[in-house]
Design a protein around this ligand. Structure first.
Ligand code: G3P
Ligand code: CA
Length: 242
């Protein structure tokens, strides 16, 4: 099985994470998909940024949820990475979905609602995916199990995945109970037995975030369905050599 390679936050080594240049470079490098993180602005616009606050990846301060999108787009989300990306803005989910109309990459849209429970983020994101006809190449993931239950009640046809970094004997059972299609696990949780048990229960396994040839190869050799990497070009070369 060919493990799907998702560029984690885009090609986030070569460009500022979760920006259009990072997505574009991931596409040029040949990644199969893009992984990204969604938060909501004050005016309920889904935007692509990993942290709840602006400090690490922009020249702004404070919480994403305290700004409207018009205010947020004035911040520079590129200079912290390098001067080449000066004035790169925080993209919206619409920007990514519109860009992907031509590219048709796989999309892993992670709801960043484990620290802040954005009201209605589930419906807002599902509606956007539907609007752009991306149901078939998208998956919604989150660490928030309550949120997964909410999505399952909304009855969209978009697959979901449970993200976890916690070791648990009941992970497969939990996945089934949450109605997800996949378990997105941290690398240290990877075992042959977990992958096999997941497959027996019609769940796929994807692993984050693997950036070294050894760990990438190990994920692939264990027949994981997908992996998340900051270095999609390296993962592609490992896959080609297996
Ligand atoms: O979706 C996999 C991975 O991105 C989850 O962790 O913190 O990088 O969003 P994080
Ligand atoms: Ca993520």
């Amino acid at each position: 099985m060919n493990t799907i390679i998702y560029a984690h936050r885009g090609a986030s080594k070569k460009a500022p994470e979760n920006t259009m240049p990072a997505f574009e470079i991931a596409y040029e490098l040949g990644a199969d998909g893009i992984e990204t993180d969604v938060q909501l602005t004050k005016d309920n616009i889904p935007v692509l940024i990993h942290d709840e606050t602006l400090r690490r990846t922009t020249n702004g301060i404070g919480f994403v949820q305290d700004y409207t999108y018009d205010e947020l787009k004035k911040f520079d989300a590129g200079s912290w990475h390098s001067a080449t990306f000066r004035k790169t803005i925080i993209p919206t989910l619409d920007d990514l979905l519109a860009w992907n109309q031509m590219k048709q990459l796989k999309l892993n849209i992670e709801l960043k609602n484990n620290l802040i429970e954005y009201p209605n983020i589930e419906k807002i994101v599902c509606e956007k995916i539907k609007e752009y006809n991306m149901d078939n190449n998208s998956v919604i993931s989150t660490f928030n199990s309550k949120s997964l239950k909410k999505i399952s009640k909304l009855k969209y046809s978009i697959p979901t995945a449970f993200l976890t970094s916690r070791r648990s004997r009941e992970l497969v059972e939990l996945g089934k109970e949450l109605g997800v299609k996949g378990l997105h696990i941290r690398y240290r949780l990877l075992s042959k037995r977990l992958v096999e048990r997941a497959i027996e229960n019609n769940l796929y396994t994807a692993v984050y975030t693997v950036n070294q040839p050894f760990s990438i190869a190990r994920v692939m050799r264990n027949n994981c369905y997908a992996l998340f990497t900051d270095v999609p070009d390296l993962a592609i070369s490992v896959r080609n050599r297996l």
